[in-house]
Design a binder for this molecule. Structure first.
Ligand SMILES: Cc1c2[nH]c(c1CCC(=O)O)Cc1[nH]c(c(CCC(=O)O)c1C)Cc1[nH]c(c(CCC(=O)O)c1C)Cc1[nH]c(c(C)c1CCC(=O)O)C2
Length: 345
């Protein structure tokens, strides 16, 4: 099978398909007992990310169980800050912790973008393993966090509800903030080019906190860095397909993002109405989304009717079925089967 015969690659090339390809954000994760077992074997989450054999295994688990049309590399967006020299650890039950960036002195301690590969080379090995191991019909997605989202964690040293520390640095030390954004952008380009060379066919850029930026900040710090990353990747690796995810953007923000970045696909979050996306985004590009991930906890008739509504609403143009955000640890693995049956019939 040639790469362009995969359902996922056909949708990304702009084809309207009778049945959309399907995969899920966080499809390798704690809702799966087999994931928890492999994570326990690795010891902790970061050891799992940096162990190519075990990271390959957890990437494949949801493919074996459900036959998704795409596998997403098992890694994390916070490996790039770590490769730039930030301290990174995960507090059990709480989430990530990093050393913070509050000043020019903190920024100056970071390494160079072209030196990230020493830390990140196990990730490239995971991708090479996956290209060997994946079924021929399954596309392989690599990814990185978008600069703004990565910056919010580097500045605050953790996830924050409103991204206030990053917004404060932007206002109070704009030169440090801009230099940090540029460094993350360059490191992300370095990282993604190596992912593509190792065998990633698709790259997804996660801007999970895009919704915190308004007015002029959105084009400057969401759209522009994504457009830069997209244009360099395309120049160096013309066959790559790109998915952008400016989560929480306003409808105008989504339109601006699609026009200016020219991504092959835009992922929409749960706040975006599927019919609006069909009318305003799918006319320009492939749309990925956007089932409410909470329905995979609750299940029932609503799961089936919502899945079918999204498939039908987005059936007149290129569509990749996915969730509005990542599947949660309390989701029932059986509900994923019900969702897939509702999509594929
Ligand atoms: C913001 C963000 C992060 N990581 C990621 C994002 C962007 C997407 C989003 O908005 O969810 C992206 C990510 N993280 C992970 C993947 C792997 C691929 C996949 O989607 O299956 C991907 C694509 C694994 C992970 N990343 C993490 C886990 C859970 C770790 C565990 O096993 O305990 C997994 C499977 C940990 C993580 N990593 C991050 C946080 C805030 C946390 C803690 C919260 C949580 O536990 O869900 C940062």
């Amino acid at each position: 099978m040639k790469t362009d015969e995969k359902l996922m690659m056909r949708a990304l090339a702009g084809e309207t398909l009778t049945t959309p390809p399907v995969w899920m954000m966080r499809q390798a994760g704690r809702y799966l007992p087999e994931y928890k077992a492999t994570r326990a074997e690795a010891g902790d989450f970061l050891s799992l990310c940096y162990n190519p054999d075990l990271a390959t295994e957890v990437t494949l688990q949801p493919i074996r169980r459900y036959g998704f049309d795409a596998a997403i590399l098992f890694a994390d967006i916070l490996l790039v800050p770590q490769a730039l020299g930030a301290d990174l650890w995960f507090e059990t039950g709480e989430g990530p912790r990093l050393s913070t960036i509050q000043s020019k002195a903190d920024f100056n301690k970071l390494g160079n973008p072209e030196d990230v590969h020493e830390t990140l080379s196990p990730i490239y090995q995971t991708i090479r393993n996956l290209r060997e191991a994946l079924p021929k019909e399954t596309a392989l997605i690599g990814f990185a966090g978008a600069p703004w989202t990565v910056a919010t964690y580097m500045i605050a040293g953790r996830g924050t509800p409103d991204q206030a520390p990053a917004l404060a640095l932007m206002k109070e030390h704009p030169a440090v903030f801009d230099a940090l954004m540029d460094k993350i952008t360059d490191a992300t380009i370095e990282y993604l080019i190596q992912q593509i060379k190792a065998g990633a066919e698709v790259i997804k850029l996660f801007d999970s906190w895009a919704g915190a930026l308004t007015g002029f900040q959105f084009p400057k710090y969401i759209t522009r860095p994504a457009a830069k990353i997209a244009s360099v990747l395309r120049e160096e690796q013309p066959h790559v397909r790109l998915i952008g995810f400016p989560r929480g953007a306003t409808p105008d923000g989504y339109v601006n993002f699609v026009r200016e970045t020219d991504v092959d696909c835009v992922a929409i979050d749960g706040s975006i109405d599927a019919q609006w996306a069909a009318d305003n985004l799918q006319t320009e590009t492939c749309v990925q989304g956007n089932l409410d991930q909470r329905l995979l906890v609750a299940g029932g008739d609503k799961l089936v009717s919502e899945t079918k509504r999204i498939v039908e609403t987005l059936s007149h143009g290129p569509h990749i079925f996915n969730l509005g955000h990542g599947i949660t640890p309390d989701a029932d693995p059986k509900n994923v089967e019900i969702m897939i049956k509702a999509i594929r019939g």
